[in-house]
Structures are given as C-alpha cells and as structure tokens.
Design a protein around this ligand. Structure first.
Ligand code: ADP
Length: 224
C-alpha cells in the first residue's frame, strides 16, 4: 500500500498516518516530524530550517525532497509500502515526489485528502498547543499555515483527482471514526490496486459517507 496525504494542518495527518502505517505494516514518512527531529538534535539541517518551522513557512523544497528520497529508498528496502505525511505541499513537490517515486518504481496508489474546515482545525491545533508546546501552534502561526495550505497545497488536490488516485474523507469527526473510514476504504481498494494500473483508476469521494460511518458531527481529535 502506497499512500500520500493532503490535508490542512490539524486535520489529522499524523494520527491517521500512524494508523495506516501500523495497519498495513508500512513506513510512515512524516516530513514535519523529521524536520522537528533535526531541530531538536540541533543538527546543521535543523539549525537551517528552524526559522521556517517557527514562522509556519515551507522549508526549501530541496531540503524536504532529499529527506524524502532517503526515506523512500529505506521504505523500498523494507518492502515498498509507505504513507507520506506532510509532502507534497505544493505543485513542484508533487511533481518531484512523483519523479522520485517513479524512479524507484513505487508511485502512490492513493492520494488521501482529509477534509476539515478552518474553525475545526484551529480548535484542534490550539488544544494541542496546550499539551505539546509546538513552536508553530500559536494563533498567528496557525493562521499563516492555513493560508499557505489554501494558497499552495490545496490546488494540487485537482492533480490527483485527474490522475484518478484521489480518495477524499470527511475529517470533521473523531480520529477513531475517520480512521475506521480510511481503513475500510483502503482495504476495499486493495484487490483492485493489485490488478488495475495507476493511470486507469477513477477518483473516489467519500466525504458524503459520514452517516454510514457513524458520524455525529465534529468530534474531538486533538492530535495532528
Ligand atoms: P502541519 O501540517 O500541522 O503544519 P507538519 O508537521 O506537517 O505540520 O509540518 C510542520 C512544518 O514543517 C511546516 O509548517 C513547514 O515549516 C515544515 N514542512 C513540513 N513538510 C514540509 C514540506 N513538504 N515542504 C516544506 N516544508 C515542510
């Protein structure tokens, strides 16, 4: 299973990425985590990117792409599956990630879009700020990250829709409900992924299926 995730900050990429990785036994490649780890270790890369993270800006593409290439090579050696969390974040990264993946013979089967509105993700991120003290979970930096998401990240969703690999999920519910819907959708696709080439697939929109998965309206999920 090879999945990439597109979602605004606070929609649950981290939580759902970990769930998908554990369920399918695949690598969870989370660019924000990798970058924060460098910052915490005060590596030269960490020192170079810290200001971008603190301000909620994107670090230079090449830095992230080099990290991701290395992680993808490791994922290939470990069996070939992955869930990408935090990349791509703009069209250049989407193209570059596709080229890296095709070079390695492991392009994504599914682009998973977690759909959640600004009020809900802002509420979750502020709740997380009280617990985790991430330097970018302040009201001002959250607003900046959201603006950047709509400006440069959200437009790439259309590209995956055209490629026929988009799966959209309503992420306004609890982490558990969203997770269940994602795993059901990915499990249902599994036999198909093994037999239908990527360029012959059609997009799948599950955002209106909330009811079927026990939706009760926006529910608490404080983890990203
Ligand atoms: P969130 O999606 O909640 O903002 P992440 O942990 O994915 O959290 O990212 C945190 C920060 O790390 C981003 O604001 C950005 O500075 C940096 N970052 C992560 N992924 C990328 C990427 N693909 N390209 C550029 N910067 C990135």
């Amino acid at each position: 299973m090879r999945v990439l995730m597109i979602a605004p900050p606070g929609a649950g990429k981290g939580t759902q990425g970990a769930l998908i990785a554990a369920h399918f036994g695949i690598a969870h490649i989370a660019t924000g985590e990798l970058l924060r780890d460098h910052v915490a270790r005060r590596s030269s890369l960490g020192l170079a990117v810290q200001e971008y993270l603190d301000r909620g800006e994107l670090v230079p593409d090449q830095v992230v792409l080099d990290m991701v290439r290395e992680a993808m090579v490791a994922a290939k050696a470990a069996g070939g599956g992955y869930v990408l969390d935090g990349i791509p974040r703009n069209m250049q990264q989407a193209r570059a990630a596709y080229l890296i993946a095709s070079e390695l013979g492991m392009t994504a089967d599914v682009a998973l879009h977690l759909d959640a509105d600004d009020a809900e993700v802002t509420r979750r991120l502020l709740a997380r700020a009280a617990l985790e003290h991430r330097s970018d979970d302040t009201a001002e930096v959250i607003a900046q990250r959201l603006a950047l998401y709509y400006e440069v990240t959200a437009p790439i969703i259309a590209w995956y829709r055209e490629r026929g690999i988009l799966v959209s999920v309503d992420a306004m519910r609890s982490a558990q409900e969203v997770g269940r819907e994602i795993l059901v959708a990915l499990e249902a696709m599994r036999p198909f992924l093994e037999h239908v080439p990527v360029d012959e697939r059609l997009p799948l929109d599950l955002t209106s299926l909330g009811e079927a998965f026990g939706a009760t309206g926006p529910a608490a999920s404080t983890s990203e």
